[in-house]
Design a protein around this ligand. Structure first.
Ligand code: CO8
Length: 257
């Protein structure tokens, strides 16, 4: 598939998706959505890919849903086609995804970063949910994923005032895993993705699934789910190899089986 609003590349076992509508600060229109979902799905289905990096430009990861596209929507259309509900297909990607955020991650941009598993931020990053200033509210997870990530106090502050928080505050609040100098952002995200992709894919995918499960159910059920996943990994060659390599003091050679 050829893409017009994103750039898709690979680097070894890492799949890279770069949002590429620089004139609109990577505002997310329907085409960006369809292409990004398709690219993530293709990487998810590709046995040669072990992790995915999603990034934008230096100035903007994404400045939100495309306001100019949304402006003319009416209620019946928005509800009828479940406007932007399709992004949940991106969020359902099973391989790990790293959002490498530089500049603005606002509205749907912040929400898209939160659909990824790890957010690495440049020290220039700015996160916010400014929908309230447009007479609407967040619609792709800003009241839900953000609250789970940073707690009620900060989520309320951001959703109700529309203010931005910088990378340092975002890291302090638990939204961001790491902050790095802007010049090192892409290299850090790629290296992190490469590291993840070097491990056994079934265990990587199960770790992601188990962490995400913690949001969906009570602790006792989450612990049981985690334990059952752990047990199931003893059916893989990679468990045998990983533990043998440790005792034999050598590096493990995983083959994702
Ligand atoms: N949509 C469309 N175009 C945009 C957007 C956007 N979100 N953001 C920026 N642009 C465009 C501008 O219109 C401008 O285009 P033009 O040159 O043709 O006028 C170009 O990008 C450059 O932008 P600025 O000139 O404004 O650049 P500045 O550096 O002055 O300002 C800002 C940068 C602060 C990021 C500013 O552009 C801004 O405030 N943008 C809007 C941010 C915003 O409100 N985002 C939230 C959008 S709503 C949303 O995301 C809802 C998500 C949920 C939807 C799902 C529902 C189910």
């Amino acid at each position: 598939m050829s893409y017009e609003t994103i750039i898709v590349e690979t680097d070894g076992r890492v799949g890279l998706i770069t949002l590429n509508r620089p004139k609109a600060l990577n505002a997310l229109n329907s085409q960006v959505m369809e292409e990004t979902i398709a690219a993530a799905k293709a990487f998810d289905e590709d046995d040669e890919i072990g992790a995915i990096v999603l990034t934008g430009s230096e100035k903007a990861f994404a400045a939100g849903a495309d306001i100019k596209e949304m402006q003319a929507l009416n209620y019946v259309e928005a509800y009828g086609r479940d406007f932007f509900g399709q992004w949940e297909r991106f969020a359902a990607t099973r391989k790990p995804m790293i959002a490498a955020v530089s500049g603005y991650a606002l509205g749907g941009g912040c929400e898209l970063a939160m659909m990824c598993d790890i957010i690495v931020a440049a020290d220039t990053a700015k996160f916010g949910q400014p929908e309230i200033t447009l007479g609407v509210i967040p619609g792709m997870g800003g009241t839900q994923r953000l609250t789970r990530a940073v707690g009620k106090a900060k989520a309320m502050d951001l959703c109700l005032t529309g203010r931005m928080m910088d990378a340092e505050e975002a890291e302090r609040s638990g939204l961001v895993a790491r902050v790095v100098p802007a010049a090192e952002l892409i290299a850090t995200a790629r290296e992190t993705a490469k590291k993840i992709a070097s491990f056994s894919l079934p265990s990587v995918m199960m770790a992601k699934e188990a962490v995400n499960r913690s949001y969906e159910q009570p602790l006792s059920e989450g612990l049981r789910f985690e334990r059952r996943m752990f047990h199931s990994l003893f059916a893989t060659d990679d468990q045998t190899e990983g533990m043998a390599a440790f005792t034999e003091k050598r590096e493990a050679q995983f083959n994702n089986r």
